[in-house]
Design a protein around this ligand. Structure first.
Ligand SMILES: NC(=O)c1ccc[n+]([C@@H]2O[C@H](COP(=O)([O-])OP(=O)(O)OC[C@H]3O[C@@H](n4cnc5c(N)ncnc54)[C@H](OP(=O)(O)O)[C@@H]3O)[C@@H](O)[C@H]2O)c1
Length: 263
């Protein structure tokens, strides 16, 4: 598989580069970063600690896509329009992991997926995909007498809040109970909790990779469904698995569950 990386010099980009080299059958053919990134022009393999790959981090998306079977993106939302234009022109499938997208960004993804295979997931881990299924099932079975609340913890450098994964788990609750609405703050005289509300709260600090707990509070008992990421490799493994699955698909919008075969 010939892979291009977008956001190649970031934490996730370099983790994917390392795991792609370790996989043995993936060739990195292009790498894109921000034009002002101090790592611009440096070899992605060297940055990832796996030796020179002969691929320098460049600032041109179209150049990086030349010869790629698939692109993996872990960058920042402002980078999205240029990336989508380039993958549509080159007709290359794309797997996107960037979080913090706006509604307008999501509409851009929908439009692009009419022309190319596109998979966007706010969490590429297999464990979170399974957790979302378990949450939906638990909420369905417990019914409206149980209050759902979500708490997530991330490292101090994370720029968006709540995390994409927290939103994904909130969606899983809403699939089972469509009347539920997320709220992101309780401060002041907010009154008692209503049946329809669901707090989704973020804690930030240190180097926590990502913890998520869905609390289900009932009369006299509570369930806590938790996922803890212990390193970034799990997201990279999921993204690479998704990328392999995307090669040769028809245009369309795919989910990580499609790629992982989880229903
Ligand atoms: N879906 C998942 O499973 C998952 C898991 C982990 C993280 N994420 C998300 O993935 C994204 C990246 O996370 P990270 O921890 O790797 O962050 P990071 O270390 O900040 O990496 C982001 C990279 O994208 C680069 N970039 C910024 N603007 C760009 C542009 N216009 N074109 C190309 N590259 C650009 C950044 O360059 P500069 O440093 O020069 O700005 C940086 O190298 C975040 O949105 C994060 O929330 C998703």
């Amino acid at each position: 598989m010939k892979l291009a990386l977008h956001g190649a010099t970031g934490r996730m980009g370099l983790t994917i580069a390392r795991l792609a080299v370790e996989a043995g059958d993936i060739q990195i053919v292009g790498a894109v970063t921000h034009p002002e990134d101090p790592a611009l022009g440096r070899d992605v393999g060297e940055l990832a600690g796996v030796g020179s790959l002969g691929v320098a981090a460049g600032a041109s998306v179209p150049d990086a896509l030349l010869g790629a079977d698939v692109v993996i993106d872990f960058s920042l939302p402002p980078a999205l329009p240029a990336l989508l234009n380039a993958v549509m022109r080159a007709k290359v499938p794309v797997v996107l992991g960037t979080t913090g997208l706006t509604q307008q960004d999501i509409e851009r993804l929908d439009a692009a997926s009419k022309e190319i295979p596109l998979l966007w997931s706010q969490n590429m881990s297999v464990g979170v995909a399974v957790l979302a299924v378990l949450v939906r099932e638990a909420v369905q079975r417990l019914g409206p007498a149980y209050d759902a609340e979500i708490v997530e913890i991330h490292h101090r450098r994370k720029v968006d809040s709540p995390s994409g994964t927290a939103k994904r788990l909130a969606d899983a609750v809403v699939e089972a109970r469509p009347e539920v609405k997320s709220l992101y703050e309780r401060a002041g005289q907010v009154g008692p909790r209503t049946d329809e509300e669901m707090g989704v709260f973020a804690i930030r600090g240190g180097d926590v990779i990502g913890d998520h707990t869905v609390h289900l509070f009932g009369p006299g008992e509570r369930l806590e469904l938790t996922h803890r990421a212990t390193n970034r490799d799990l997201f990279a493994h999921g993204a690479l698995r998704a990328a392999r699955w995307m090669v040769g698909r028809p245009p369309g919008r795919y989910s990580i569950n499609d790629a992982l075969g989880i229903t």
